[in-house]
Ligand binder design. Sequence first.
Ligand code: SAM
Length: 477
Amino acid sequence: HEISPFLDPGPRTKANSLAILQLSRDNLLPVYLQPPTGEVDGYAEGAVVNTRYGSFPHSTMIDVPWGSQIRASKVDTGSRGRKRKREATTDVEGVSREGTAAGATNEQDNEASVTANNSGSATPASVAPTVKQAIADTSGFIHILPPTPEVWTSSLPHRTQVVYTPDYSYILHRIRARPGTVLIEAGAGSGSFTHAAVRAVYNGYPREGEKRRRGKVYSFEYHEERYHKMKQEIKDHGLTGLVQLTHRDVYKGGFLVDEGKSPEADAVFLDLPAPWEALPHLSRRKPRGFDVGEEGKKWVSPLNPKKSVYLCTFSPCIEQVQKTVSMMRRLGWVDIDMVEIANRKYHASRDRVGLHLNFDRGVNNSPKDVEEALKRLTEIEERTRQHAARAREGGDGDVEMESGDEGDVAVKLEDTAAEQPQESSSSSVAPWLEGRLITRGEPEIKTHTSYLVFAVLPREWTEEDEAAAAAMYPLGK
Ligand code: SAM
């Protein structure tokens, strides 16, 4: 079984697999990397992602380590491009326009540092099909990230409201989702929660005839188009066998699968407009006084009979919470508890505003002007070089460093790193020498997402359990 890139992306990007392009900090674009379709005059030909930061042929993004920075390429849009317009338009469908539009409103964080180096970095380029203006004069770089539930949540095509990372990480923890857990989810929506859930419960793909219980997500969606889109995504993401999607209205039809079998779920997550309508189906015995569409049939519970089941419902309004809680009480759920996640982002960085910081060590030795600063940096570089050389020769490398030098070295190394953007920005300098740590919080918490209601349905004490206990500890003796 080829393992899903969400579960193990391997060390490098692959052709025909999903990658997430990070155009700027909050601008992510999912792309299936397509291998080159051919070669013209020694140049690869194939799909290109066009963004406001430049053009990125897929051929330059295949078989590179995850996290790499990818430089924009010069792309030939000449007569060959025009001749091949029809064919090429299909290649680029879904990436170029999306990329361009998405990039248009965002500032690239370090745009300035790359423009100068653009034309020199051209790799054999693909024939760019259309979108000429996109490659005209803006160019830069992007980063290529492996798909994870977190980046997928930030980049997925929204078909509905989705559950975001701060909520789902807390929910999965509270409902005890772990490798081997069987989890029921409804509705599937855009699949944001589904991807996080499958990673949490994954303990291998199920094998034919295998007895061992594998972690699995049973997902339900009644909207036909969303169901089909999600089905395709599960396949494309290598999650078949780990996520089983059913097209159903769970208020009416409940949660049994494969024609009346129980998923034997240990955990449940309901992101539905009326969770209380789905709750009667999540009973251990046929609930009295509710129409669960099982008239005259033997009741099959979708829950694991051997464990307490952990449930979370996700509702934006307090009135929904009240109805859900009432229904939970009627149906025997306990430990009912409501939580609202108020997530706040903190931005943390090292402040390297200027040289002055690094001289701010209680010693009044600030350089007078840029020339003096440069002179000092050159001296320090020379001393650092000597230090390293002596250490290599086996000596203790003891070169006298002046007070404040460490700061200067930090600046120097930082400058050098900026000149070498390709994967080498990590220097050996201690982080605390790279400037003061500054944290900045959002001034206020932005939005209310939803109220999370948690509850537990205890494991049932059956007649068999009673008999087994009585045999073990006979009463009256
Ligand atoms: N949790 C999802 C995510 O993270 O992407 C988003 C779920 S979305 C807010 C709610 C979904 O529930 C919608 O796609 C809707 O079609 C589906 N839904 C609503 N009522 C349903 C029902 N009775 N049975 C099954 N699905 C239902």
